[in-house]
Ligand binder design. Structure first.
Ligand SMILES: *Cc1c(COP(=O)(O)O)cnc(C)c1O
Length: 370
């Protein structure tokens, strides 16, 4: 094909796009202009899978016929997950109340595709995880947000619901990026008042005290999503799930792609669900390190540090970007935000990684202490 024709064809592809796709840009992380030695930008666990579980995985893998499709809807994993939740919550959870996804992102997308028609409103909080907006826009919905400030209370939420008539509400608790939790009482009042699904994204709830999962049985429109990418240290295998009412789960299954989970994810998720003691120890470790980092970084008066119930700290204020520069010079990658006030988000890492953060903080103090 002549280069002229090639260009024309390329141009034509762009013209054929759905308007929603035209408007959106692909999700990329921040670009690095330095060599990343310590990655504290993704809220991942600093711990790799324990060797003994890797060993079990290898043994299972050796027996596995990889030429075969996985189970269509990961039946064994659903059973293992339901058993795990029954143990954890001390209440009967059955396989019809859970649905597994290729990361919890897949489930968030599925929820929107199940309920949201063109122009429908999806309501969430701000600031928060960017994927709610991304999936809403991509699926032709209208995204509306309520700021997480003093006015984030039942009275105001109720007014917004009456006015905007959302189809679906997403809450994120503990919230990414601020680490705050939403009062349980507020979520339950909301679930009581609102007719549609109230989805609580609990990606970080393993690090927190608040957990809405025990309340799912009493509120048919309340559902909770969780992921193995953070506390469970399995970001590489892409696994998340939703726990909710049977009716909701049954409808979601219509939208789910068959074979959505690959057999390796299936295998590893089952293994970790049956061997999760080590994960609990690691969570305790991260919480202690979080406390240590918080106390140290909180010494700088000009910053506002948010008390975090997750595995990261969120810091707002002048000169946070200055601190980021110093971290980057030392090969440490973090996230930054510049929408309203400059702010940064630092994942709690391993002991050595956190020590490196505090060394960078010492340098920052030297340069900026007034
Ligand atoms: C990381 C994160 C997720 C994504 O989880 P995956 O299971 O890796 O898709 C979902 N929600 C929030 C708030 C997150 O921070």
């Amino acid at each position: 094909m002549s280069s002229n024709n090639l260009n024309k064809k390329e141009q034509n592809l762009k013209e054929l796009l759905r308007p929603e796709v035209k408007e959106i840009s692909p999700y990329y992380g921040e670009e690095d202009n330095f060599e990343v030695e310590i990655n504290l930008a993704g809220n991942e666990s600093p711990f790799d899978l324990p060797q003994e579980i890797k060993k079990k995985f290898k043994a299972e893998f050796d027996k596995h016929d990889i030429n075969r499709y996985p189970e269509i809807y990961s039946e064994r994993l659903h059973q293992t997950l339901a058993d795990y939740l029954s143990r954890e919550l001390n209440q009967e959870v059955n396989t019809k109340e859970v649905i597994v996804g290729n990361g919890s992102d897949e489930i968030l997308d599925m929820l929107i595709r199940t309920f949201v028609e063109s122009g429908d409103v999806v309501l969430s909080q701000a600031p928060t995880f960017s994927m709610y907006k991304y999936f809403t826009k991509l699926n032709s919905g209208q995204y509306q947000e309520i700021f997480l400030d003093e006015e984030f209370d039942f009275k105001n939420l109720k007014e917004k619901i009456d006015k905007l008539k959302p189809k679906l509400i997403f809450l994120c608790s503990p919230n990414n990026p601020t680490g705050e939790t939403i009062e349980k009482d507020l979520v339950l009042k909301l679930a009581d008042y609102f007719a549609g699904p109230v989805i609580v994204d609990e990606a970080y709830a393993d690090f927190s005290e608040i957990d809405l999962m025990p309340d799912v049985k009493n509120y048919p429109n309340l559902a909770v999503t969780r992921t193995f990418s953070k506390a469970f240290g399995l970001a590489g295998i892409r696994f998340g799930y939703l726990y909710g009412n049977e009716v909701l789960v049954e409808e979601l299954k219509k939208v789910l792609k068959p074979y959505n989970l690959n057999s390796l994810t299936d295998m590893l998720a089952c293994l970790i669900l049956n061997n999760n003691d080590i994960i609990k120890e690691r969570i305790e470790f991260i919480k202690k390190e979080r406390q240590k980092l918080y106390q140290n970084l909180n010494q700088y008066q000009n910053w506002q540090l948010y008390p975090s119930m997750a595995n990261f700290l969120y810091i707002e204020g002048e000169k946070t970007l200055e601190f980021k520069k110093i971290l980057n010079q030392r090969g440490i990658k973090i996230r930054s935000y510049s929408k309203k006030n400059p702010a940064i988000r630092i994942t709690v890492g391993s002991q050595e990684e956190n020590k490196a953060v505090l060394e960078a903080f010492a340098e920052f103090k030297e340069k900026n202490w007034e």
